[in-house]
Design a protein around this ligand. Structure first.
Ligand code: FE2
Length: 345
C-alpha cells in the first residue's frame, strides 16, 4: 500500500519549477522502484510453440533472402516487456534463426554474449574465432563477447537454432554494438575434442590455454551421456542437471547468462525453488509440463518457455516410460556477480 505523498498532492506551480530544473521528487515513486519484499517483474510466464514458429520462419526464408536479413531470426518476445523490446526477460533475448542450404551469414562480432542451441537440421556450422563448430540437434555453441562468428550450411535441409543472448542487459548498459568482418580462416584444433571427457584433462593439467573460452562447442551426445550416467549412478538423485562451464576454470561458460541441461526421469515431477533470476526452458527431447505460478505449459519437442525470477517452477515429465531432456538458460551468473542472487524456500 502506498501511504506516501502523491505527485498530485504537490502544487502544479512547484512541480513545474522542478521540471524546469530537471528535478523529480522521489517519494511519490519510491514504492514503485522499491516495492515491499518482492520485486516488480515485467517478465510474464510465456510459452512459444515450435510447431507455430517453424512455418513462419520457413516463410521468412521465402520472403527475405539472407543478404537482406544478415541474420534471419524471429524473436521470442515477452509480452510483459512489450513485443517491441524484443526481450524474454530483463537480461535474456531469445531468437529462432533459420539458415537455408548454401546460405552464409557473414562474419561479425559484438559486445553481447550469445549461444546457439541447435533445434533441427544437419550440415550447418558456426565458425567461432577460427574454430569450425558443426551444428547438430541439442549442441550448444558459444559465441562470447568480442569473438568473430559466422554461419555456413553445406547440408540439404533447412537448419534452425535457438539463439540466447544477454542483449537486453548490454543494450540497457549502452554498451551494445557490432563490427563486420571478413570470412574467417579455419584453424586446426577443436576445444570440445580436448575437453569433452570429465576427469581426464589435457596434460599438463594446470597449464591453461590462456583462452578465456577454451571450449566453444558442447556436443549434445556428451551432455546427454553425462545426465544419463548421473541418473543411473544415483537412483535417489532428484535434480539430474549439468551446468555448461569453462573446463579449465569451472566458471560459468559465459559471463552474464548461465546454461544447463536437465533430465527428468520417466514420470518425474521436480520442484525448483523460487530464485531471483529469470529462467528459460527449452525441450530437447520428450515432453514436459512446466508450471509457473498459475500458468501451466506443455512443452513439446523444441518448445520454449520462460519464467520470471522469484517464482517457484514445477517440471513434470509427461511420459511414464521415457526420460525428458531440457536445456535451460538463466541470469544466475549476473545475479551472483552483482550480489543480488537469492534462493527462497
Ligand atoms: Fe552474432
Amino acid at each position: 500500500m502506498n501511504d506516501l505523498g502523491r505527485l498530485e498532492d504537490l502544487p502544479l506551480e512547484y512541480r513545474e519549477r522542478l521540471t524546469e530544473q530537471n528535478l523529480v521528487p522521489l517519494w511519490p515513486s519510491l514504492r514503485g522502484v522499491l516495492p515491499p519484499h518482492v520485486p516488480t517483474r515485467k517478465t510474464a510466464p510465456t510459452h512459444w510453440s515450435y510447431q507455430a514458429i517453424k512455418p513462419l520462419l520457413l516463410r521468412a526464408g521465402e520472403l527475405t533472402p539472407i543478404e537482406k536479413a544478415e541474420r534471419r531470426v524471429l524473436v521470442l518476445a515477452n509480452p510483459g516487456h512489450g513485443l517491441e523490446k524484443m526481450q524474454a526477460s530483463a537480461a535474456i533475448y531469445l531468437g529462432m534463426q533459420l539458415l537455408m542450404p548454401g546460405e552464409w551469414a557473414p562474419s561479425h562480432r559484438h559486445t553481447p554474449n550469445a549461444v546457439r542451441m541447435i533445434v533441427e537440421g544437419e550440415g550447418a556450422y558456426t565458425t567461432v574465432d577460427g574454430e569450425k563448430c558443426p551444428m547438430s540437434r541439442g549442441d550448444l555453441i558459444l559465441t562470447p563477447t568480442g569473438l568473430w562468428h559466422e554461419h555456413g550450411h553445406d547440408g540439404v535441409d533447412p537448419v534452425i537454432w535457438l539463439d540466447v543472448l544477454d542483449l537486453p542487459l548490454v543494450y540497457y548498459m549502452e554498451a551494445s554494438y557490432h563490427v563486420n568482418g571478413d570470412r574467417q580462416t579455419i584453424k586446426a584444433g577443436e576445444g570440445y575434442k580436448a575437453y569433452a571427457r570429465g576427469g581426464v584433462m589435457p596434460t599438463p593439467v594446470f597449464q591453461r590455454s590462456g583462452k578465456r573460452y577454451p571450449m566453444l562447442r558442447y556436443p549434445w551426445a556428451d551432455a546427454k551421456g553425462a545426465l544419463e550416467a548421473m541418473a543411473a549412478n544415483d537412483a535417489a538423485l532428484d535434480c539430474v542437471q549439468v551446468t555448461y562451464v569453462n573446463p579449465e576454470t569451472g566458471e560459468d561458460a559465459e559471463n552474464i547468462l548461465g546454461y544447463y541441461a536437465l533430465m527428468l526421469r520417466p514420470g518425474q515431477t521436480l520442484q525448483l525453488p523460487a530464485r531471483s533470476p529469470a529462467c528459460v526452458f527449452h525441450q530437447i527431447e520428450g515432453q514436459s509440463e512446466v508450471q509457473i505460478d498459475a500458468h501451466r505449459f506443455t512443452l513439446q519437442s523444441a518448445d520454449t518457455c520462460c519464467a520470471p525470477g522469484y517464482t517457484p517452477v514445477t517440471l513434470r515429465n509427461l511420459s511414464a516410460t521415457e526420460a525428458a531432456f531440457l536445456f535451460m538458460a538463466d541470469e544466475s551468473p549476473l545475479h551472483r556477480k552483482l550480489g543480488v542472487y537469492e534462493v527462497r524456500a
